[in-house]
Design a protein around this ligand. Structure first.
Ligand SMILES: C[C@@]1(CC(=O)O)c2cc3[nH]c(cc4nc(cc5[nH]c(cc(n2)[C@H]1CCC(=O)O)[C@@](C)(CC(=O)O)[C@@H]5CCC(=O)O)C(CC(=O)O)=C4CCC(=O)O)c(CCC(=O)O)c3CC(=O)O
Ligand SMILES: NC(=O)C1=CN([C@@H]2O[C@H](COP(=O)(O)OP(=O)(O)OC[C@H]3O[C@@H](n4cnc5c(N)ncnc54)[C@H](O)[C@@H]3O)[C@@H](O)[C@H]2O)C=CC1
Length: 279
């Protein structure tokens, strides 16, 4: 399908940086506990507002163990003053009217807001998440099927090797060292860096990156970047893929061909036997 057939009606998928920003969560039930967990991964400061009696055990636990990031107030929401200096507001309430009012207050102050019980009024939605180190995958159905988002997540997880996060950590380190070695923003040097990094990612297997260390990274830059910006083979700079992580390049087609062959042979045999049978 052509992408241009599909414009409009979607949400912007972005990786929102919230480090040291202030997030208000009104409510402390199960949904709030999930919100807290999601926001904690961003290193934001969280304020939770809810009477103690309404706290889910997971919320209580997070409040107790993460008081470096979470400020808890054991009380009901008081009014617009709660929103002062907040960068984001989330409601996870069993009170739809209050949730609606908080959305309106946030909008007046131009603070992005999500109300767990009123999709139509949300500035943004949460989604199902797959995380592996720096790799972050969000599955959004744009409000259509939250549970289905979770099931699609499980399907996608099965397609990952488990090495992506580690590979990305190494790639991040390598890119930083390369920027130190060939400094400058934009221009010719930027274009060369980008071309070399893109080629390296295209030519190496994901697992090769996981095996990089300080020595082999230096060797890769000495023998590759410095010598005409070429891409060395992993073995050429002393990288031997860790045992058990060698992913065959085309595992599924090979298996499919084998199954198709076996099925074909079996069908032919059955047909021959059937034809040869005297009734
Ligand atoms: C619009 C949105 C707003 C927002 O919350 O940002 C929203 C809204 C609502 N969810 C409701 C119900 C359920 N939500 C879940 C689960 C999740 N909900 C999440 C996101 C979102 N939920 C946003 C859209 C995301 C998208 O469409 O992609 C996930 C993905 C992420 C997260 O919450 O962090 C997380 C799964 C994470 C994971 O497992 O990985 C389950 C399943 C379960 O609990 O097992 C159920 C019951 C079954 C079902 O309904 O599917 C209801 C009540 C409906 C009613 O009353 O009938 C509303 C309000 C309404 O729809 O009116
Ligand atoms: N977006 C999503 O993924 C989902 C959303 N929902 C919706 O999210 C909402 C919350 O769900 P749960 O956490 O399961 O509910 P819950 O009943 O466990 O929690 C409600 C919380 O609101 C607090 N609260 C109530 N009035 C308050 C006030 N005036 N000030 C401060 N805190 C107050 C209570 O103390 C409690 O902590 C529900 O409206 C539900 O429909 C439900 C499931 C999934």
């Amino acid at each position: 399908m052509d992408d241009s057939d599909n414009l409009g009606g979607g949400s912007l998928l972005i990786a929102w940086q919230l480090k040291d920003r202030k997030v208000l969560i009104v409510g402390g039930g199960e949904v709030a506990s999930q919100r807290i967990q999601s926001i904690l991964t961003t290193d934001a400061y969280i304020t939770v507002l809810s009477p103690q009696a309404g706290l889910h055990p997971r919320t209580s636990n997070l409040i107790n163990t993460r008081n470096d990031r979470i400020t808890y107030h054991d009380r009901l929401f008081r009014g617009p003053e709660e929103l002062e200096r907040m960068d984001m507001v989330l409601t996870a309430l069993d009170d739809n009217d209050l949730s609606r009012q908080i959305v309106q207050m946030s909008r007046k102050k131009r603070i992005p807001v999500n109300a767990a019980d009123i999709p139509d009024l949300c500035d943004f939605y949460f989604g199902a998440q797959i995380r592996d180190g720096p790799l972050q995958i969000m599955i959004s159905t744009n409000g259509n099927g939250p549970r289905m988002a979770s099931l699609i997540k499980t399907r996608l997880q099965k397609g990952l090797s488990g090495h992506e996060g580690q590979a990305l950590v190494k790639i991040g380190q390598l890119r930083n060292i390369l920027k130190e070695r060939a400094p400058g923003v934009g221009g010719q040097v930027g274009r060369h860096r980008m071309k070399w990094m893109a080629e390296l990612c295209n030519q190496w297997e994901m697992e090769d990156f996981t095996a990089l260390d300080e020595t082999t990274m230096t060797r890769l830059l000495d023998d590759g970047w410095d010598k005409g910006r070429h891409i060395p083979k992993p073995e050429g700079i002393g990288i031997h893929r860790p045992r058990g992580t060698t992913a065959p390049r085309y595992p599924i087609p090979v298996l499919q061909i084998a199954i198709a062959f076996a099925t074909g042979a079996l069908t032919a045999t059955v047909l021959l036997l059937y034809r040869g049978r005297k009734w």
